[in-house]
Design a protein around this ligand. Sequence first.
Ligand SMILES: CC(=O)CC(=O)SCCNC(=O)CCNC(=O)[C@H](O)C(C)(C)COP(=O)(O)OP(=O)(O)OC[C@H]1O[C@@H](n2cnc3c(N)ncnc32)[C@H](O)[C@@H]1OP(=O)(O)O
Ligand SMILES: NC(=O)C1=CN([C@@H]2O[C@H](COP(=O)(O)OP(=O)(O)OC[C@H]3O[C@@H](n4cnc5c(N)ncnc54)[C@H](OP(=O)(O)O)[C@@H]3O)[C@@H](O)[C@H]2O)C=CC1
Length: 282
Amino acid sequence: MERIGVVGGGLMGAGIAEVCARAGSAVVVVESEQTRADDSRARLEKSLRRAQERGKLDDAEAVLQRITVTTELEDLADRQLVVEAIVEDESAKVDLFKRLDQIVTDQDAILASNTSSIPIMKLATVTSRPSHVLGIHFFNPVPVLKLVELVPSLMTADETTERSREYVEGSLGKNAITCQDRAGFVVNALLIPFVLSAIRMYESGFATAEDIDQGLVLGAAHPQGPLALADLIGLDTTMSVAQSLYEEFKEPLYAPPPLLARMVDAGLLGRKVGRGFYTYDR
Ligand SMILES: CC(=O)CC(=O)SCCNC(=O)CCNC(=O)[C@H](O)C(C)(C)COP(=O)(O)OP(=O)(O)OC[C@H]1O[C@@H](n2cnc3c(N)ncnc32)[C@H](O)[C@@H]1OP(=O)(O)O
Ligand SMILES: NC(=O)C1=CN([C@@H]2O[C@H](COP(=O)(O)OP(=O)(O)OC[C@H]3O[C@@H](n4cnc5c(N)ncnc54)[C@H](OP(=O)(O)O)[C@@H]3O)[C@@H](O)[C@H]2O)C=CC1
């Protein structure tokens, strides 16, 4: 596909825009306001320059030329695929899908969500084209992790899923798995309760954050421990995903621990703000 749109240019949106532009697509990224758009552009430039410096990319400038960052949703009118990557909040996503349905003119265009946990049907049914809505769920960091979950709802046309698979596997070089439309899909339904258990263990004074993480890195060969991973995902996103999972399944293991809620209230959101379970240079 030649013309891609991404809504939300944060941690995930910028990564999705990067991989699509590196695959040769022209990408329009829509952010909520100009300062966020500037941040998103800066994030993209930094990541692409780093890829060039490490010899993974020949010409960062050429890739950047294919990316436009704007604050106007109307700039998505001619897109063939739009991937929504705004905050993990159901009502915000519902409002956005209503607007995208009115703005994107090509009735064959695919409207996708990168949601971590919100059932796709909730977004599909507010559009006039539920057959063209599905979840295309990337993993963080997007340029590094190979997986994409494809999540058709009960109303998604097979052709929509197949066209999405062709793009993410054929053009982006990712590996796709297909999941039923249940909160958390496959990976987060397994990963988030693990992260929440680590937070509960830390909260109870069982072990230090460093020892919990080192245990999983050295004892189970994880690339990073669960508390560092929560900081990478963002504690606000971790909290929202836990809430969606708990709402769907009512299993205590999905309930957000009080410490996570307090840290989110305090704005200790992890890597993206410089402090979560650990502190970071920004
Ligand atoms: C919440 C959801 O809905 C779903 C999710 O995404 S859940 C989160 C899933 N993500 C994970 O589980 C991440 C697990 N962690 C990891 O894979 C690794 O710790 C990590 C890739 C984040 C960092 O790896 P590391 O070895 O500690 O650091 P580092 O040496 O800096 O990076 C390793 C490679 O990744 C690249 N990299 C790291 N972060 C990157 C980023 N943000 N963008 C692009 N490339 C990046 C580096 O350039 C480096 O590449 P080379 O080896 O080719 O030079
Ligand atoms: N973090 C992760 O590891 C992963 C996250 N996801 C999912 O991806 C989505 C985005 O997460 P992430 O990138 O981490 O979040 P971020 O907070 O980093 O980025 C979200 C961006 O979207 C902007 N935004 C919010 N509302 C709108 C809107 N209506 N129109 C345009 N832009 C908007 C935000 O701006 P502002 O701050 O001004 O609101 C912010 O810049 C979520 O659904 C999340 O669950 C999926 C896989 C992994």
